[in-house]
Design a binder for this molecule. Sequence first.
Ligand code: GAP
Length: 450
Amino acid sequence: MDDIISLCKRRGIIFQGSDIYGGLAGTWDWGPLGVVLKRNVMQTWWRYFVERRTNMYGVDAAIIMNPKVWVASGHAATFADPMVEDMVNHRRYRADHLLKDADIEADDGMSDAELTKLIADNGIKSPDGNPLGAVKRFNMMFRTTVGATESDDAVAYLRPETAQGIFTNYKNVVDTVYPAVPFGIAQQGKAFRNEISPRDFIFRSREFEQMEIEYFVHPDKWEEAFEHWHDEVHNFLEKEIGLPADMIHDYEVPEKDRAHYSDRTIDVEFDYPIGREELMGIAYRTDFDLRNIERATGKSMEYRPKDGSEPFVPHVIEPSFGVERLIMAILTACYQTDEVGGSQRKVLKLPKSLAPIQVTVSPLLKNKSELVGKAREIYDSLISAMPGKVSWDDSGNIGKRYRKADEIGVPHCVVVDFDTLTDNAVTVRDRDTTQQERIAIDKLAKYLAK
Ligand code: GAP
Protein backbone atom coordinates (compact mmCIF):
# COMPACT_ATOMS: atom_id res chain seq x y z
CA MET A 1 0.00 0.00 0.00
CA ASP A 2 2.81 2.39 0.92
CA ASP A 3 4.49 1.68 -2.43
CA ILE A 4 1.29 2.47 -4.31
CA ILE A 5 0.65 5.69 -2.34
CA SER A 6 4.23 6.78 -2.89
CA LEU A 7 4.09 6.00 -6.61
CA CYS A 8 0.85 7.97 -6.95
CA LYS A 9 2.34 11.00 -5.23
CA ARG A 10 5.77 10.92 -6.91
CA ARG A 11 4.47 10.47 -10.41
CA GLY A 12 1.48 12.82 -10.39
CA ILE A 13 -1.32 10.27 -10.23
CA ILE A 14 -3.05 11.15 -6.92
CA PHE A 15 -2.23 13.86 -4.35
CA GLN A 16 -3.70 14.52 -0.91
CA GLY A 17 -6.51 17.09 -1.29
CA SER A 18 -5.47 20.64 -0.29
CA ASP A 19 -2.00 19.24 0.38
CA ILE A 20 -0.28 22.63 0.49
CA TYR A 21 -2.57 23.74 3.35
CA GLY A 22 -1.90 20.60 5.34
CA GLY A 23 -4.54 18.52 3.56
CA LEU A 24 -8.20 17.81 4.21
CA ALA A 25 -8.89 14.28 5.42
CA GLY A 26 -10.84 12.08 3.02
CA THR A 27 -10.23 14.23 -0.05
CA TRP A 28 -7.88 13.46 -2.94
CA ASP A 29 -6.78 15.34 -6.03
CA TRP A 30 -5.98 13.70 -9.33
CA GLY A 31 -2.72 14.81 -10.92
CA PRO A 32 -1.78 15.03 -14.61
CA LEU A 33 -1.45 11.25 -15.05
CA GLY A 34 -4.24 10.35 -12.64
CA VAL A 35 -6.81 12.48 -14.38
CA VAL A 36 -6.19 10.58 -17.63
CA LEU A 37 -6.18 7.19 -15.90
CA LYS A 38 -9.47 8.02 -14.21
CA ARG A 39 -11.01 9.25 -17.46
CA ASN A 40 -9.85 6.10 -19.29
CA VAL A 41 -11.39 3.88 -16.61
CA MET A 42 -14.67 5.82 -16.63
CA GLN A 43 -14.82 5.79 -20.45
CA THR A 44 -14.16 2.05 -20.53
CA TRP A 45 -17.06 1.57 -18.11
CA TRP A 46 -19.36 3.85 -20.12
CA ARG A 47 -18.51 2.08 -23.38
CA TYR A 48 -19.04 -1.35 -21.85
CA PHE A 49 -22.23 -0.70 -19.89
CA VAL A 50 -23.92 2.04 -21.92
CA GLU A 51 -22.69 2.53 -25.48
CA ARG A 52 -22.52 -1.15 -26.41
CA ARG A 53 -26.13 -1.74 -25.39
CA THR A 54 -29.34 -0.74 -27.10
CA ASN A 55 -31.47 -0.43 -23.95
CA MET A 56 -29.23 1.73 -21.77
CA TYR A 57 -29.63 5.51 -21.41
CA GLY A 58 -27.36 8.03 -19.73
CA VAL A 59 -28.22 10.95 -17.45
CA ASP A 60 -26.14 13.57 -15.67
CA ALA A 61 -28.21 14.89 -12.77
CA ALA A 62 -27.50 17.78 -10.40
CA ILE A 63 -25.44 17.01 -7.30
CA ILE A 64 -27.60 19.17 -5.04
CA MET A 65 -31.13 17.84 -5.17
CA ASN A 66 -34.41 18.82 -3.56
CA PRO A 67 -34.05 17.69 0.09
CA LYS A 68 -37.37 15.81 -0.20
CA VAL A 69 -35.42 13.27 -2.28
CA TRP A 70 -33.43 12.19 0.78
CA VAL A 71 -36.46 12.00 3.03
CA ALA A 72 -38.31 9.82 0.50
CA SER A 73 -35.26 7.63 -0.19
CA GLY A 74 -34.73 6.90 3.52
CA HIS A 75 -31.27 8.49 3.60
CA ALA A 76 -32.33 11.30 5.94
CA ALA A 77 -33.44 8.72 8.54
CA THR A 78 -31.10 5.77 8.04
CA PHE A 79 -27.92 6.78 6.23
CA ALA A 80 -25.88 6.87 9.39
CA ASP A 81 -22.71 5.35 10.81
CA PRO A 82 -22.24 4.24 14.44
CA MET A 83 -20.06 6.84 16.07
CA VAL A 84 -18.32 7.02 19.41
CA GLU A 85 -16.70 10.01 21.07
CA ASP A 86 -13.42 10.29 22.98
CA MET A 87 -14.64 11.68 26.34
CA VAL A 88 -11.50 13.80 26.84
CA ASN A 89 -10.66 15.42 23.50
CA HIS A 90 -14.08 14.87 21.84
CA ARG A 91 -12.63 13.33 18.70
CA ARG A 92 -15.11 10.98 17.01
CA TYR A 93 -14.49 7.50 15.64
CA ARG A 94 -16.39 4.72 13.89
CA ALA A 95 -17.29 2.33 16.71
CA ASP A 96 -17.17 -0.76 14.45
CA HIS A 97 -13.72 0.26 13.14
CA LEU A 98 -12.26 0.65 16.64
CA LEU A 99 -13.58 -2.81 17.53
CA LYS A 100 -12.27 -4.38 14.32
CA ASP A 101 -8.88 -2.76 14.90
CA ALA A 102 -8.85 -4.58 18.24
CA ASP A 103 -9.71 -7.87 16.44
CA ILE A 104 -13.25 -7.92 17.82
CA GLU A 105 -15.92 -8.90 15.35
CA ALA A 106 -18.25 -5.95 14.72
CA ASP A 107 -20.08 -4.28 11.88
CA ASP A 108 -22.28 -1.26 11.25
CA GLY A 109 -25.38 -3.50 11.16
CA MET A 110 -25.16 -3.99 14.94
CA SER A 111 -27.35 -1.83 17.15
CA ASP A 112 -25.85 1.13 19.03
CA ALA A 113 -26.47 -0.70 22.33
CA GLU A 114 -24.67 -3.84 21.10
CA LEU A 115 -21.65 -1.84 19.97
CA THR A 116 -21.58 0.20 23.20
CA LYS A 117 -21.61 -3.04 25.21
CA LEU A 118 -18.81 -4.59 23.13
CA ILE A 119 -16.68 -1.47 23.67
CA ALA A 120 -17.29 -1.53 27.42
CA ASP A 121 -16.87 -5.33 27.80
CA ASN A 122 -13.56 -5.29 25.96
CA GLY A 123 -12.20 -2.14 27.59
CA ILE A 124 -11.72 -0.41 24.21
CA LYS A 125 -10.21 3.07 24.52
CA SER A 126 -9.85 5.83 21.91
CA PRO A 127 -6.62 5.88 19.84
CA ASP A 128 -5.40 8.53 22.35
CA GLY A 129 -6.01 6.12 25.25
CA ASN A 130 -9.07 7.95 26.62
CA PRO A 131 -12.44 6.50 27.66
CA LEU A 132 -15.22 6.38 25.05
CA GLY A 133 -18.86 7.47 25.35
CA ALA A 134 -21.98 5.66 24.14
CA VAL A 135 -22.34 4.80 20.46
CA LYS A 136 -24.65 7.12 18.51
CA ARG A 137 -25.66 7.26 14.84
CA PHE A 138 -24.26 10.09 12.77
CA ASN A 139 -25.86 10.98 9.42
CA MET A 140 -23.25 10.95 6.70
CA MET A 141 -24.83 13.43 4.30
CA PHE A 142 -23.06 16.77 3.87
CA ARG A 143 -25.39 19.67 4.59
CA THR A 144 -25.38 22.98 2.81
CA THR A 145 -27.85 25.80 2.37
CA VAL A 146 -29.34 26.96 -0.88
CA GLY A 147 -29.84 30.66 -1.55
CA ALA A 148 -29.26 33.67 0.67
CA THR A 149 -30.89 32.46 3.88
CA GLU A 150 -29.49 29.94 6.35
CA SER A 151 -32.89 28.86 7.67
CA ASP A 152 -33.96 25.22 8.00
CA ASP A 153 -36.05 25.61 4.84
CA ALA A 154 -32.87 26.32 2.88
CA VAL A 155 -31.02 23.18 3.98
CA ALA A 156 -29.96 20.86 1.18
CA TYR A 157 -27.51 17.95 0.91
CA LEU A 158 -24.73 16.91 -1.40
CA ARG A 159 -25.88 13.60 -2.86
CA PRO A 160 -24.50 10.53 -1.05
CA GLU A 161 -25.21 8.31 -4.09
CA THR A 162 -25.76 9.06 -7.77
CA ALA A 163 -28.65 6.57 -7.83
CA GLN A 164 -31.30 9.10 -6.71
CA GLY A 165 -30.46 11.33 -9.68
CA ILE A 166 -31.45 8.34 -11.82
CA PHE A 167 -34.68 7.50 -9.96
CA THR A 168 -35.85 11.12 -10.05
CA ASN A 169 -35.34 11.08 -13.83
CA TYR A 170 -36.99 7.69 -14.44
CA LYS A 171 -40.26 9.30 -15.52
CA ASN A 172 -38.49 11.91 -17.67
CA VAL A 173 -36.64 9.15 -19.52
CA VAL A 174 -39.79 7.01 -19.95
CA ASP A 175 -41.76 10.01 -21.24
CA THR A 176 -39.07 11.17 -23.66
CA VAL A 177 -37.40 8.08 -25.14
CA TYR A 178 -40.21 5.52 -24.59
CA PRO A 179 -37.89 2.65 -23.68
CA ALA A 180 -39.23 -0.89 -23.48
CA VAL A 181 -38.75 -2.65 -20.13
CA PRO A 182 -36.20 -4.02 -19.38
CA PHE A 183 -34.02 -0.94 -19.76
CA GLY A 184 -31.37 0.80 -17.74
CA ILE A 185 -30.38 4.34 -16.83
CA ALA A 186 -26.72 4.98 -16.10
CA GLN A 187 -24.93 7.83 -14.43
CA GLN A 188 -21.35 8.66 -13.50
CA GLY A 189 -20.52 11.43 -11.08
CA LYS A 190 -19.48 12.66 -7.68
CA ALA A 191 -20.97 11.40 -4.44
CA PHE A 192 -20.23 12.79 -0.96
CA ARG A 193 -20.27 11.08 2.42
CA ASN A 194 -19.10 12.58 5.66
CA GLU A 195 -17.25 9.41 6.63
CA ILE A 196 -16.24 9.50 10.30
CA SER A 197 -12.98 7.75 9.63
CA PRO A 198 -11.90 8.17 6.04
CA ARG A 199 -8.95 5.86 5.55
CA ASP A 200 -6.87 3.53 3.43
CA PHE A 201 -5.88 6.09 0.82
CA ILE A 202 -8.69 6.57 -1.73
CA PHE A 203 -10.58 3.49 -0.50
CA ARG A 204 -12.82 5.37 1.94
CA SER A 205 -13.05 9.04 1.01
CA ARG A 206 -15.50 11.82 1.74
CA GLU A 207 -15.77 12.85 -1.90
CA PHE A 208 -15.62 10.16 -4.54
CA GLU A 209 -16.98 9.18 -7.91
CA GLN A 210 -19.64 6.56 -8.60
CA MET A 211 -20.71 4.77 -11.78
CA GLU A 212 -24.20 3.38 -11.30
CA ILE A 213 -26.91 1.66 -13.30
CA GLU A 214 -30.53 1.32 -12.30
CA TYR A 215 -31.96 -1.47 -14.44
CA PHE A 216 -35.78 -1.50 -14.58
CA VAL A 217 -37.41 -4.89 -15.00
CA HIS A 218 -40.78 -6.58 -14.67
CA PRO A 219 -41.17 -7.67 -11.01
CA ASP A 220 -41.24 -11.36 -12.10
CA LYS A 221 -37.94 -11.01 -13.91
CA TRP A 222 -35.69 -9.61 -11.18
CA GLU A 223 -33.83 -12.86 -10.48
CA GLU A 224 -32.69 -13.44 -14.04
CA ALA A 225 -31.74 -9.75 -14.36
CA PHE A 226 -29.71 -10.02 -11.14
CA GLU A 227 -27.81 -13.04 -12.52
CA HIS A 228 -27.30 -11.27 -15.83
CA TRP A 229 -25.73 -8.19 -14.20
CA HIS A 230 -23.70 -10.32 -11.86
CA ASP A 231 -22.15 -12.06 -14.93
CA GLU A 232 -21.67 -8.74 -16.72
CA VAL A 233 -19.90 -7.21 -13.73
CA HIS A 234 -17.45 -10.12 -13.56
CA ASN A 235 -16.91 -9.98 -17.30
CA PHE A 236 -16.20 -6.25 -17.09
CA LEU A 237 -13.76 -6.58 -14.19
CA GLU A 238 -11.94 -9.62 -15.55
CA LYS A 239 -12.02 -9.23 -19.36
CA GLU A 240 -12.47 -5.52 -19.96
CA ILE A 241 -10.35 -4.18 -17.09
CA GLY A 242 -8.12 -7.25 -16.81
CA LEU A 243 -8.24 -7.77 -13.02
CA PRO A 244 -7.09 -11.29 -12.05
CA ALA A 245 -10.17 -13.49 -11.42
CA ASP A 246 -8.56 -15.07 -8.36
CA MET A 247 -8.39 -11.66 -6.63
CA ILE A 248 -12.14 -11.06 -7.09
CA HIS A 249 -14.67 -12.60 -4.70
CA ASP A 250 -18.43 -12.54 -4.22
CA TYR A 251 -19.94 -11.90 -0.82
CA GLU A 252 -23.65 -12.59 -0.42
CA VAL A 253 -24.57 -9.88 2.10
CA PRO A 254 -26.77 -11.25 4.90
CA GLU A 255 -30.09 -9.52 5.48
CA LYS A 256 -29.02 -7.77 8.68
CA ASP A 257 -26.11 -6.06 6.89
CA ARG A 258 -27.92 -5.02 3.70
CA ALA A 259 -28.74 -1.38 2.96
CA HIS A 260 -32.26 -0.35 3.93
CA TYR A 261 -33.46 -0.52 0.31
CA SER A 262 -32.11 -3.92 -0.69
CA ASP A 263 -33.71 -7.39 -0.73
CA ARG A 264 -30.55 -9.02 -2.04
CA THR A 265 -26.98 -7.73 -2.34
CA ILE A 266 -23.79 -9.28 -3.60
CA ASP A 267 -20.69 -7.28 -2.75
CA VAL A 268 -17.93 -7.93 -5.22
CA GLU A 269 -14.77 -7.83 -3.14
CA PHE A 270 -11.13 -7.51 -4.11
CA ASP A 271 -7.88 -8.55 -2.46
CA TYR A 272 -6.47 -5.08 -1.75
CA PRO A 273 -3.21 -4.57 0.15
CA ILE A 274 -5.45 -3.67 3.14
CA GLY A 275 -7.20 -7.06 2.85
CA ARG A 276 -10.31 -8.33 1.12
CA GLU A 277 -12.75 -5.42 0.85
CA GLU A 278 -15.78 -4.29 -1.16
CA LEU A 279 -15.00 -3.03 -4.66
CA MET A 280 -18.60 -2.65 -5.85
CA GLY A 281 -22.09 -3.97 -5.15
CA ILE A 282 -25.06 -5.41 -7.01
CA ALA A 283 -28.35 -4.77 -5.22
CA TYR A 284 -31.95 -5.77 -5.82
CA ARG A 285 -33.69 -2.52 -4.85
CA THR A 286 -37.18 -3.91 -5.58
CA ASP A 287 -39.69 -1.08 -6.28
CA PHE A 288 -38.53 0.65 -3.08
CA ASP A 289 -37.38 3.89 -4.71
CA LEU A 290 -40.14 4.29 -7.31
CA ARG A 291 -42.81 3.61 -4.67
CA ASN A 292 -41.22 6.19 -2.37
CA ILE A 293 -41.35 8.74 -5.19
CA GLU A 294 -45.02 7.89 -5.77
CA ARG A 295 -45.80 8.41 -2.09
CA ALA A 296 -43.85 11.65 -1.85
CA THR A 297 -45.02 13.26 -5.10
CA GLY A 298 -48.41 11.67 -5.71
CA LYS A 299 -47.29 10.88 -9.28
CA SER A 300 -47.63 7.40 -10.73
CA MET A 301 -44.44 5.54 -11.58
CA GLU A 302 -46.34 2.81 -13.40
CA TYR A 303 -44.95 1.57 -16.64
CA ARG A 304 -47.45 0.83 -19.43
CA PRO A 305 -46.16 -1.92 -21.74
CA LYS A 306 -46.49 -1.15 -25.45
CA ASP A 307 -48.29 -4.46 -26.06
CA GLY A 308 -51.20 -3.33 -23.88
CA SER A 309 -50.50 -5.82 -21.09
CA GLU A 310 -51.00 -4.99 -17.41
CA PRO A 311 -49.18 -1.83 -16.19
CA PHE A 312 -46.67 -2.30 -13.34
CA VAL A 313 -44.13 -0.41 -11.28
CA PRO A 314 -40.76 -1.81 -12.36
CA HIS A 315 -38.35 -3.44 -9.95
CA VAL A 316 -34.71 -2.46 -10.03
CA ILE A 317 -31.33 -4.19 -10.17
CA GLU A 318 -28.48 -1.84 -9.36
CA PRO A 319 -24.82 -2.51 -10.21
CA SER A 320 -22.94 0.25 -8.36
CA PHE A 321 -19.22 0.93 -8.82
CA GLY A 322 -16.91 3.34 -7.02
CA VAL A 323 -14.27 4.72 -9.38
CA GLU A 324 -11.62 5.11 -6.66
CA ARG A 325 -12.03 1.51 -5.47
CA LEU A 326 -11.79 0.25 -9.05
CA ILE A 327 -8.64 2.28 -9.64
CA MET A 328 -7.17 1.06 -6.35
CA ALA A 329 -7.83 -2.51 -7.51
CA ILE A 330 -6.17 -1.78 -10.86
CA LEU A 331 -3.12 -0.26 -9.16
CA THR A 332 -2.92 -3.21 -6.74
CA ALA A 333 -3.07 -5.78 -9.53
CA CYS A 334 -0.78 -3.95 -11.96
CA TYR A 335 2.02 -2.63 -9.73
CA GLN A 336 4.62 -5.36 -9.84
CA THR A 337 8.30 -5.92 -9.26
CA ASP A 338 10.31 -8.08 -11.65
CA GLU A 339 13.89 -8.49 -12.76
CA VAL A 340 15.32 -7.00 -15.92
CA GLY A 341 18.98 -7.35 -16.92
CA GLY A 342 19.90 -8.59 -13.44
CA SER A 343 18.33 -5.67 -11.60
CA GLN A 344 14.95 -5.18 -10.01
CA ARG A 345 12.42 -2.95 -11.74
CA LYS A 346 9.05 -1.58 -10.66
CA VAL A 347 6.48 -1.77 -13.39
CA LEU A 348 2.83 -0.80 -13.65
CA LYS A 349 1.42 -3.40 -16.04
CA LEU A 350 -1.73 -1.44 -16.86
CA PRO A 351 -3.93 -2.75 -19.65
CA LYS A 352 -2.69 -0.78 -22.66
CA SER A 353 -6.06 0.90 -23.19
CA LEU A 354 -5.98 2.38 -19.66
CA ALA A 355 -2.39 3.66 -19.65
CA PRO A 356 -2.38 7.48 -19.29
CA ILE A 357 0.63 7.74 -21.59
CA GLN A 358 0.68 5.33 -24.52
CA VAL A 359 4.13 6.11 -25.85
CA THR A 360 7.22 8.12 -25.01
CA VAL A 361 9.52 9.43 -27.71
CA SER A 362 13.17 10.21 -27.06
CA PRO A 363 16.47 10.75 -28.82
CA LEU A 364 19.16 8.27 -27.75
CA LEU A 365 21.41 11.22 -26.81
CA LYS A 366 20.03 14.63 -26.02
CA ASN A 367 23.12 16.58 -27.06
CA LYS A 368 23.10 15.30 -30.69
CA SER A 369 20.99 17.80 -32.61
CA GLU A 370 20.41 15.46 -35.57
CA LEU A 371 18.86 12.84 -33.23
CA VAL A 372 16.85 15.44 -31.30
CA GLY A 373 15.53 16.99 -34.55
CA LYS A 374 14.41 13.63 -35.94
CA ALA A 375 12.85 12.59 -32.62
CA ARG A 376 10.95 15.91 -32.43
CA GLU A 377 9.58 15.32 -35.95
CA ILE A 378 8.32 11.89 -34.92
CA TYR A 379 6.94 13.23 -31.63
CA ASP A 380 5.00 15.97 -33.46
CA SER A 381 3.52 13.56 -35.98
CA LEU A 382 2.51 11.07 -33.25
CA ILE A 383 0.87 13.85 -31.24
CA SER A 384 -1.44 14.59 -34.16
CA ALA A 385 -2.09 10.86 -34.71
CA MET A 386 -2.64 10.07 -30.98
CA PRO A 387 -3.45 13.37 -29.24
CA GLY A 388 -2.90 13.39 -25.47
CA LYS A 389 -1.22 9.99 -25.45
CA VAL A 390 2.37 10.80 -26.31
CA SER A 391 5.09 12.15 -24.07
CA TRP A 392 8.60 13.51 -24.72
CA ASP A 393 11.49 12.32 -22.57
CA ASP A 394 15.15 13.22 -22.99
CA SER A 395 16.15 13.19 -19.32
CA GLY A 396 18.92 10.95 -17.94
CA ASN A 397 20.18 7.95 -19.86
CA ILE A 398 18.04 5.56 -21.85
CA GLY A 399 17.98 2.93 -19.07
CA LYS A 400 16.60 5.46 -16.59
CA ARG A 401 14.00 6.62 -19.10
CA TYR A 402 12.77 3.06 -19.53
CA ARG A 403 12.51 2.62 -15.75
CA LYS A 404 10.52 5.86 -15.43
CA ALA A 405 8.20 4.83 -18.24
CA ASP A 406 7.74 1.34 -16.73
CA GLU A 407 6.78 2.77 -13.38
CA ILE A 408 3.86 4.72 -14.83
CA GLY A 409 2.83 1.94 -17.17
CA VAL A 410 3.82 3.37 -20.58
CA PRO A 411 3.33 0.44 -22.97
CA HIS A 412 5.85 1.61 -25.61
CA CYS A 413 9.03 3.68 -25.74
CA VAL A 414 10.22 4.93 -29.12
CA VAL A 415 13.93 5.75 -29.41
CA VAL A 416 15.67 7.55 -32.26
CA ASP A 417 19.30 6.43 -32.64
CA PHE A 418 22.06 6.92 -35.17
CA ASP A 419 20.73 4.12 -37.41
CA THR A 420 17.45 6.06 -37.72
CA LEU A 421 19.27 8.69 -39.77
CA THR A 422 20.04 6.11 -42.48
CA ASP A 423 17.35 3.39 -42.19
CA ASN A 424 14.36 5.64 -41.34
CA ALA A 425 13.33 3.25 -38.58
CA VAL A 426 13.15 3.53 -34.79
CA THR A 427 13.46 1.18 -31.85
CA VAL A 428 10.17 0.42 -30.12
CA ARG A 429 10.51 -1.14 -26.70
CA ASP A 430 7.65 -3.10 -25.14
CA ARG A 431 7.00 -2.49 -21.42
CA ASP A 432 5.96 -6.04 -20.53
CA THR A 433 8.46 -8.11 -22.51
CA THR A 434 11.18 -5.39 -22.61
CA GLN A 435 11.80 -6.65 -26.17
CA GLN A 436 12.86 -4.07 -28.73
CA GLU A 437 11.64 -4.03 -32.31
CA ARG A 438 12.79 -2.01 -35.28
CA ILE A 439 9.81 -0.24 -36.89
CA ALA A 440 9.85 1.92 -40.05
CA ILE A 441 8.89 5.52 -39.22
CA ASP A 442 6.16 5.59 -41.87
CA LYS A 443 4.52 2.55 -40.24
CA LEU A 444 4.97 3.70 -36.63
CA ALA A 445 1.60 5.39 -36.02
CA LYS A 446 -0.27 2.38 -37.42
CA TYR A 447 1.87 -0.04 -35.38
CA LEU A 448 1.22 1.86 -32.14
CA ALA A 449 -2.48 2.30 -32.85
CA LYS A 450 -2.76 -1.48 -33.29
N1 GAP B 1 -26.37 3.43 -4.81
C1 GAP B 1 -25.89 2.38 -4.02
C2 GAP B 1 -24.72 2.76 -3.23
O1 GAP B 1 -24.33 3.91 -3.17
P1 GAP B 1 -22.86 1.77 -1.68
O2 GAP B 1 -22.47 0.34 -1.43
O3 GAP B 1 -23.09 2.64 -0.52
O4 GAP B 1 -24.15 1.69 -2.61
C3 GAP B 1 -21.52 1.91 -3.90
O5 GAP B 1 -21.78 2.44 -2.62
C4 GAP B 1 -20.04 1.92 -4.18
O6 GAP B 1 -19.51 3.23 -4.00
C5 GAP B 1 -19.21 1.04 -3.24
O7 GAP B 1 -19.20 -0.31 -3.64
C6 GAP B 1 -17.85 1.67 -3.38
O8 GAP B 1 -17.22 1.23 -4.56
C7 GAP B 1 -18.17 3.15 -3.53
N2 GAP B 1 -18.06 3.86 -2.25
C8 GAP B 1 -18.96 3.92 -1.26
N3 GAP B 1 -18.50 4.68 -0.24
C9 GAP B 1 -17.28 5.09 -0.58
C10 GAP B 1 -16.28 5.92 0.05
N4 GAP B 1 -16.51 6.49 1.23
N5 GAP B 1 -15.11 6.14 -0.61
C11 GAP B 1 -14.90 5.60 -1.82
N6 GAP B 1 -15.79 4.82 -2.47
C12 GAP B 1 -16.97 4.57 -1.87
